[in-house]
Ligand binder design. Structure first.
Ligand SMILES: C[S@@+](CC[C@H](N)C(=O)[O-])C[C@H]1O[C@@H](n2cnc3c(N)ncnc32)[C@H](O)[C@@H]1O
Length: 223
């Protein structure tokens, strides 16, 4: 099948329902000018996250993997005035670029950035008795996705949505002989989700302007 159609339809949808304003398109431009990878969610995926946030009345959001702040801007824009996104980023340069982009979007008052490894910061949030989050978006490095997910459940309440991006990886998730640590990381997560009684979960395949992939979506039943 000619996959051009996926990009064309994605652009058709985003032109109608998720048009980027200057703050978002400038954010994408800074990825190029600052030498960051083009690994942001698409505009439609940003809008999808907003729809999920509004459906669960999200006031507190946790994000793992900020990059240049593109998804953070989508998330912060769907918050009420008193809402907050805590976003975790290991790379200080990515964090600096994101801070400027978030500031440029007028959202600094809603975004708290934590710089460091998610595997160090998440247990600290738990130890500090951080209030539960309403939505948690996991989009950092893939090998520890299971560990991230288990921490995310501990930072949840019944009803919290946990979204994990890039869990199909162009279909490579089917390759049980894969030695790619990213593939193995998402396979571990996908298999765990089927057994995990704390959540009800599914995976949506995603096509569009980004590579063929998938997003896991879980709602927490019990912490
Ligand atoms: C896929 S990008 C995030 C894209 C961003 N969510 C967006 O859509 O605009 C992944 C980010 O996770 C960061 N990252 C990688 N390992 C990490 C870790 N151990 N802890 C926190 N962040 C990490 C990377 O530096 C990178 O900026």
């Amino acid at each position: 099948m000619n996959t051009d159609i996926f990009s064309k339809v994605d652009n058709y949808i985003s032109n109608l329902l998720a048009p980027e304003d200057k703050a978002l398109s400038d954010t994408i431009s800074t990825l190029v000018s600052e030498g960051l990878p083009q690994h942001s969610v698409s505009a439609n995926q940003g809008k999808f996250l907003q729809v999920l946030m509004i459906a669960c009345n999200a006031k507190r959001v946790l994000e793992l993997g900020t990059l240049g702040g593109y998804s953070t801007i989508w998330l912060a824009r769907a918050l009420p005035e008193n809402g907050k996104v805590i976003t975790i980023e290991v790379d200080p340069h990515h964090g600096e670029v994101a801070k400027k982009n978030i500031d440029n979007a007028g959202l600094s008052h809603k975004v708290e950035m934590r710089t460091g490894k998610a595997l160090d910061i998440l247990p600290n949030l738990i130890a500090n008795k951080e209030e539960p989050f309403d939505l948690i978006f996991i989009d950092a490095d893939k090998p520890p996705y299971v560990e991230y997910f288990n921490y995310a459940v501990q930072l949840s309440r019944p009803g919290t949505l946990i979204i994990c991006d890039n869990v199909i990886r162009d279909g490579k998730a089917l390759d049980m002989n894969s030695t790619d640590e990213k593939v193995v990381g998402v396979q571990r997560l996908n298999e765990m989700l089927g057994q995990n009684t704390h959540v009800t979960a599914t995976i949506l395949q995603t096509v569009g302007v980004k590579e063929y992939d998938g997003m896991a979506i879980a709602v927490v039943n019990r912490v």
